[in-house]
Design a protein around this ligand. Structure first.
Ligand SMILES: [Fe+2]
Length: 480
């Protein structure tokens, strides 16, 4: 996977001397390290050497955050969440992180992704008798294979040429410009099934069919005898000067009165505070400019929620945890600020509540999906969530805006199909369904910020989606 990292940098015009490449690959997040170092150099060298990078090695690993935030992030971790009554933690990185970010970790990480998704694809009739990639072009007949996409580019004749690989080899795959697949959005590092024919010259495979792992065809949630409901409240952004105090009070009032018997569980999928130094000029948009004070204020806000509602909180990209996904839960220092009845989990996390499997993921990768797949936009995050389910991966693209930590297991593969799939991040609100999976985008409690206005980004705040765990019925409460 060394090539993958170096190719990504080369595409950005960054060339590394071999010894500089070795040094970079020992870093926690190699891409971010190089980008950050270059941004701090007065002049970008033609070829980056070890000497160019040395001054930045001692510095804390990259990112434009205030030191306090970095210190908090790297503090000792909170204990992993435990099963409690009707809430079972099925999958969470907290306490299971082993990655050091070296080249072996990357190879193991991508191999794990490949194997997990290959296992899903292996059940597909179209892929019976599939060959290893290295053998595909050696046979003068139809070929079937499972492979990870390295890159897709357009040839000078207007065809698309995709390079794919498996554990043993690589192979070029041609998508003809008049093929129905010519406009298919294929993203880097996704794992696909390929049905094609070897070219007459025997140097590539011509694609006839692209098989995605996708979800099995299923009806929606089958009724159970649960009477409980779960509410989803994403992107609270306490500490921002556009935090919506009034709608928040209306929502609390509703939970204490009319909604008293309706909601038993509350899931909070990340960006629980606004954080510090997350984007340039953020200090101008803060009501609370101390990271601990932001979490203290959040803890106070959450105390207003009736005690009999079980609260499960996950971090997002604004929170004081490591930015690379999967993100373990909050550090101990922050954990201590919350009421002990709360469950703090990592991102993403799969929980089972009263028999329903809920996958909740803050959704940082929505930026990458929207930037890479034709037809997706911030106005309809549910469509992007559907792309994740089709590819059975929440954030396949390495080297995009979502930093990925090469854990020994790829926690972002969707190998088990959830009943409910929840994201936030884009500050939109929506309810949908894809092949029996309920999809929820869980709004925000922050009004449009100047930064968002500058980027023409319109949030849909102060909505509270609520799902009945017995029937699966979901409605959107509006406190705006
Ligand atoms: Fe957010």
């Amino acid at each position: 996977m060394r090539d993958r990292i170096l190719d990504t940098l080369a595409n950005e015009g960054i060339l590394l001397e071999p010894s500089a490449a070795d040094m970079v690959l020992t870093r926690d997040d190699p891409l971010n390290f190089v980008r950050s170092a270059l941004s701090r150099m007065q002049q970008q060298p033609l070829v980056v050497t070890v000497d160019d990078l040395r001054p930045f090695v001692a510095a804390p690993v990259v990112r434009t955050v205030a030191p306090a935030m970095e210190e908090v992030r790297s503090g000792p971790p909170a204990p992993p969440p435990r099963d409690d009554g009707d809430v079972k933690i099925l999958r969470d990185i907290t306490g299971n992180s082993t990655c050091e970010g070296n080249i072996i970790d990357f190879a193991r990480y991508f191999n794990d992704r490949f194997r997990k998704i290959k296992k899903i694809l292996a059940g597909r009739r179209e892929l019976v008798g599939c060959l290893p990639v290295s053998k595909a072009t050696k046979f003068d007949r139809d070929v079937r294979m499972v492979a990870m996409v390295n890159e897709v580019r357009t040839t000078k004749n207007g065809h698309k040429l995709m390079e794919v690989e498996d554990e043993e080899g690589r192979c070029p795959v041609l998508i003809l410009k008049d093929s129905p697949l010519a406009n298919e959005s294929i993203v880097p590092d996704e794992v696909v099934g390929i049905v094609g024919k070897t070219s007459t010259k025997g140097d590539l495979v011509v694609l006839n069919e692209l098989i995605r792992p996708d979800l099995p065809l299923r009806k929606g949630m089958q009724p159970t005898d649960s009477w409980a409901s779960v509410a989803f409240m994403s992107d609270v952004h306490v500490g921002s000067n556009t935090f919506l105090h009034k709608p928040w009070e209306r929502m609390i009032h509703w939970l204490r009165t009319e909604g008293k018997d309706e909601v038993q569980y509350l899931l909070v999928p990340g960006d629980v505070v606004d954080g510090i130094g997350i984007f340039p000029g953020q200090e101008e948009e803060l009501e609370i400019d101390d990271i601990f004070a932001q979490y203290e204020s959040l803890a106070e806000h959450l105390k207003e929620i009736p005690d009999d509602i079980r609260i499960i909180v996950q971090p997002g990209n604004h929170d004081a945890v490591r930015p690379a996904e999967p993100q373990p839960t909050f550090p101990k220092e922050i954990f201590k600020l919350f009421d002990s009845s709360m469950t703090l989990v990592g991102n993403p996390c799969t929980v089972e509540i009263e028999g329903r499997r809920i996958l909740f993921y803050h959704g940082r990768s929505l930026d990458d999906w929207i930037g890479s797949v034709q037809g997706l936009s911030y106005n309809n995050p549910l469509e992007a969530m559907k792309e994740m389910l089709k590819r059975r991966h929440m954030a396949p693209i390495y080297g995009g805006r979502t930093p990925l930590a090469p854990e020994k297991e790829d926690f972002l593969v969707i190998d088990e199909v959830p009943d409910i799939f929840v994201t936030g991040h884009v500050h939109g609100a929506g309810i949908g369904e894809y092949r029996g999976v309920k999809m929820i985008c869980a709004s925000t409690w922050q009004a449009q910020t100047p930064f968002q206005r500058m980027h023409n980004f319109n949030p849909d705040p102060a909505k509270l989606p609520i799902t009945h765990l017995g029937t699966g019925e979901t409605r959107m409460m509006d406190f705006a």
